[in-house]
Design a protein around this ligand. Sequence first.
Ligand code: NAP
Length: 313
Amino acid sequence: MHQIYDFAVIGAGAAGLSAAQYGARANLNTIVIEELAPGGQALFIDKLENYPGILEPINGLELAERMQRQAEQFGSSFFEASALSVRKEKGHFIIETSAGPLESLTVLIATGARHRRLDIPGEQEFVGKGVSYCATCDGPFFKGKRILVVGGGDSACDEAIYLSKLSDKIVMIHRRDRFRAQKALSSRVLSNPSIRVLFNTVAKEIKGDSKVRSVVLENTVSHELTEEPFDGIFIFVGSTPQTAFLKDIGVQFDESGYILTNPNMQTSIAGLFAAGDVRATPFRQIVTAAADGAIAARSASDYIDEQRGQTYR
Ligand code: NAP
C-alpha cells in the first residue's frame, strides 16, 4: 500500500523548514517537497543580522542548511520535485509532482515568492549580461563598476548597502519620493557616501551591446529623460507569490495573489495551510516566516486530531 503522509510541506524556505521541524516534533509523518536547494529567499541574504538571538551575522544559506538538518534530525524527509497541482479527494490531498504523486492528510503551501521584473526594453535581453536580481550572487562581478539599483523596499536598500562594499559608484532610483523600506535600512542608504539616491525616478530602457552600457532614466515629476552610463543594473522591485500550481483547488487569494489565511495559517480549504511569503501578511521576514511555519504545523496536528476524533488540549 502506498504511503499516506500526515503533513506535506511544499517549499523549503524558512516557513517550510520551520514547519517541517515542528511537524516532525509533533509526531507527524512529515515530507518536504522542494524543487531547488532548501533556503528560499534566505539564500540571497549575504549577512542576516536581524534574526533574534543571532549576534554574529549569519549567511542565509548556512541558516537554511542548519534548519534543514534540524528538521531531518527530528524525522522529516525531503523529496526533490516540483509540485504541479494539489487536489482534495475523499478528505485526503493528492499532490501531483514532477516525480510522481504524493498523498497526505494535510498540506502546507510554503512556496514563497519570486522577484518581480520591470518589464522594460533591454531587461530580458541583458539578464546575465549586466541585469541581475541577486546582489550576493552577481555583485562581485561589478567591483568598482557603475551600478544602478532599482527599488525602494527592504531588499533594494539591503542590496544597495551590500553593493556599496564593492563599489562607490552606486545610483539608487525609486519611483516615489520616499522609501518603503524600514527606517533603519533607508537611513543607512541615505547616509552612505557610495550611494547616490534619486527619488521620483524610473528606468525606461536598458541599452548595451554584448553587455549593459547605459540606462535611460525618467524623472516622474518633470518627465525629463536622461541616459546614464552603467555596467550593471540590480532590480529589487518586490515579488510575486508562487501559486500557479494551486489553480485547480479553489483556495482564496487576496487582490495581489497572496493566499488568504486565518491566524492559524488555515486557508479557505480545511486541512490546507499556507505560511511565509506566499500568504497575505503585512511583514515578510525570515523570523515571521519561521513563526508562520511553527503555527501551521501545530494547526495541521490539531486538524488531524480533530479528524480522528482525538483532542488533547
Ligand atoms: P517590497 O517591500 O514589495 O518593495 C518593492 C519596492 O519596489 C517598492 O519600493 C515598490 O515601490 C518598488 N516597485 C514595485 N514595482 C515597481 C516597478 N514596476 N517599478 C519600480 N519600482 C517598483 O519588496 P522587497 O523589498 O523585495 O521586500 C519583500 C518583503 O521582504 C518585505 O516584506 C520586506 O520587509 C522583506 N525583506 C526584509 C529584509 C530585512 O528585514 N532585512 C530584507 C529584504 C526583504 P513603492 O514603494 O512605490 O510601492
